[in-house]
Design a protein. Sequence first.
Length: 134
Amino acid sequence: VGDDIRSDLAGIDAFQRAALNVYAADAKRLRDLDRVATSEPVAHAVSIRIAENRQVVDQTLGALKEKIAGYELALGDTMVVGGLRVRAGAAQELENIKRRFARLEADLRHTEGRYAMTLPREPSCLDRSIARSC
């Protein structure tokens, strides 16, 4: 279990870089749409793209959160089967990934593209206003 946790922990930084790049690109799309008059079909297409990007990030965060919960369950079994020594190392890895995940969520909420974590999830909201009113 400890090896699996370390592997997931190593991937968080790459995921965060990718998510931040996506958020920055979406924020730029929103700023551009706010500055320039555009047709409803174009605004709608942009809102769909942003919603899709947000969904991918949200699903990845959700999957990681589920994996962490699974690790907690597995470590409960490890304590019974494998003894205290094995559990102690894996338990530390679990605490490491839980802290890193919490930092990841906080970091993503405080980026230039923070709209991606805070705007309502209804596409109609983005269609109505793109950036400001929602």
